[in-house]
Design a protein around this ligand. Structure first.
Ligand code: SAM
Length: 278
């Protein structure tokens, strides 16, 4: 079990807040949808220790989803064998009666989720679900986002890891960014264009002449660019305003974005955002 900070607890509160009405709205529509799936791309161990009080245990995203009876299937993806074994043990103990509707995938979510979607498409005429993408880093390939977007009834909750972006692709000048990080950024944004959005040619050191320098409102512009692509390229009709989550030093760790194709999904996004911010 890992330790989590307050900002992760807040993210789980938001998920909990969203899940209940989501399940009511979508789950009330069983005549249309034969399957309502919860797909967790970065499942984690299931439970976490509260960092400020190690005795206290907090339910992680898989357990929060399992508490809702409207989901008809659960797909838990986790890259670490050790972590997924721990998750499976926790679930067997807490939800023994749900074993037959749960599948585990010890794999990279960029590979596992397309396979899950393919198999659900071949099994059901009409199905829907909620996808949670909650990584520590920016290791969600854009290709995956487009793949999920093509399925017109899936809602998505996505962790946009701004701290990782700043650390690896948001340097003062671009010449200190590793080649591998550049490639990762291109995979995450699905295009090298992010660089033109976030950097401009300028002189900040006369001895070096013109360099690519990070723009002043880098964070805002890069977020706007990603959100625009979620609508224009991945085809989501509704993308929430990004909700920032900060660590104990008040630094932004990530933003949560919620995407939907349906106006009811959008109502839900607005409701959850408002309730959460209060
Ligand atoms: C932030 S944690 C998830 C926490 C979980 N959503 C929760 O709230 O309880 C991220 C998890 O993703 C796993 N992970 C990292 N890279 C992955 C990948 N490419 N595919 C699937 N899982 C990955 C890590 O081992 C870690 O357990």
């Amino acid at each position: 079990m890992d330790d989590i900070g307050e900002w992760s607890e807040q993210k789980l509160e938001l998920l909990k807040l969203y899940l209940e009405p989501y399940c009511k709205i979508v789950g009330g529509n069983t005549s249309t949808f034969k399957c309502i799936s919860f797909i967790d791309g970065f499942s984690g161990p299931g439970c976490h220790h509260r960092r400020t009080n190690n005795e206290e245990i907090i339910d992680g995203s898989p357990l929060l989803a399992l508490q809702n009876n409207r989901f008809t299937e659960f797909h838990f993806v986790e890259a670490s064998k050790l972590v997924i074994d721990e998750l499976q043990q926790t679930i067997i103990h807490r939800f023994p009666y749900k074993q037959n509707i749960i599948k585990y995938y010890n794999n990279d979510c960029n590979l596992a989720i397309p396979e899950i979607l393919k198999s659900l498409n071949s099994k059901y005429d009409k199905w829907t679900g909620l996808v949670l993408l909650d990584p520590y880093k920016t290791n969600i390939n854009w290709e995956l986002i487009e793949n999920i977007g093509q399925h017109k009834s899936l809602d998505v909750i996505l962790n946009f890891s701004i701290m990782d972006i700043q650390r690896r692709f948001g340097h003062i000048t671009s010449d200190t960014i590793y080649e591998k990080s550049m490639k990762d950024a291109n995979d995450f944004f699905g295009t090298p264009e992010w660089f033109k959005i976030g950097y401009e040619k300028r002189v900040i050191d006369l001895t070096k002449g013109e360099q690519y320098v990070k723009i002043k409102d880098f964070e805002e512009k890069i977020l706007e660019f990603y959100a625009r692509r979620l609508k224009q390229r991945a085809g989501f009709n509704f993308v929430s305003n990004p909700l920032p989550f900060r660590n104990s030093q008040n630094a932004k760790v990530y933003y949560i974005l919620i995407m939907s194709h349906h106006y009811l999904g959008n109502n839900l996004i607005e409701w959850a955002n408002k309730k959460f911010i209060k």
